[in-house]
Structure formats: C-alpha cells, structure tokens
Design a protein around this ligand. Structure first.
Ligand code: CTP
Length: 130
C-alpha cells in the first residue's frame, strides 16, 4: 500500500486543483489531502479564502480521487502529518519546488507541474472585473 499526501488551500475549486489531485492519486493507492485552515491560508496568501475551511474540506473529500482529508493548521507540521498518515510520497505543486526537499529522509518528495493559466487568484480577479 503506497500512501500519497498533498496539501493546499483549494479555494474556489478549479481544474488545476482537480488535475494535481488526480495525478497525485495515480502515484499510489491512497490519497490523503491536508486542506489549509482559514488562518493558515490567510498567512500564506495575505487574504481570507472565499470558501470557509469546512466547505473546502467537504469539496475535496467529495472527490473520487481523494480517500481522506484533514485540516492543515501549520506549514511547519508537514513532518508530523506525514508520520501521522504513514505517507510514502509527498506531492506538491512545482510552485513549491525544492521547498520540502528536507523531508526526503522520511518520504519521497515530488513536485508536479501546475496546470497553466489558471489559479484561484486569477478567477477572483476575472469575477471582480465583470
Ligand atoms: N495547482 C496546480 N495548478 C494550478 C493551480 C494550483 O497544480 N493552476 C496546485 C498547487 O500547486 C497546489 C494545489 O493545486 O499543489 C493547491 O493550490 P492552491 O494554492 O490552493 O491554488 P491556487 O489556484 O494556486 O491558489 P491562489 O491563486 O490563491 O494562490
């Protein structure tokens, strides 16, 4: 059993989110997703998410490719989460390239390419401009 773990805010869920989760799941037998809390998302992105954390957790948990979700409270706790869920592989988008290489002593660390031309930020900007 190969367990894959990944993390993100997944606000205003879009095709880039679905794509990375599908690709992450295809690298193992189970996919666990840490959904960033509202507080952590605010500290990462400098703005509050549009969808509250419980809605973001429910959306990600409802996907066919996702086996389990939990609330990610801190970026500094990746090691604890990896151990807690017995993850064999950590998948991150390549916007985080190199940032988590220090965890390669406890699991495989892979950075997957982001889907071009889409982000939560750009969707919010488009909607604002209408
Ligand atoms: N992601 C992706 N392709 C995109 C956008 C996001 O593969 N076009 C991935 C990120 O690399 C990350 C996960 O989806 O692994 C969650 O990213 P998140 O930060 O929630 O989404 P963004 O759209 O990047 O959000 P924002 O614009 O608010 O930074």
């Amino acid at each position: 059993m190969r367990i894959v773990i990944t993390f993100g805010t997944f606000d205003v869920f879009h095709i880039g989110h679905l794509s990375i989760l599908n690709r992450a799941r295809s690298l193992g037998d189970r996919l666990i997703v840490g959904v960033s809390s509202d507080k952590l998302s605010f500290s990462k992105k400098g703005r509050a998410p549009i969808y509250p954390q419980q809605a973001r957790l429910d959306i990600v948990a409802g996907l066919k490719c996702v086996d389990d979700v939990f609330l990610e409270e801190s970026l500094e706790m990746k090691k604890e989460y990896i151990r807690q869920f017995y993850a064999d592989v950590l998948v991150m988008g390549d916007d985080w390239g190199g940032r988590f290489d220090g965890l390669s002593d406890i699991c495989q660390v892979l950075y997957l390419p982001r889907t071009p031309s889409i982000s939560t930020t750009s969707i919010i900007e488009v909607v604002r401009s209408i």
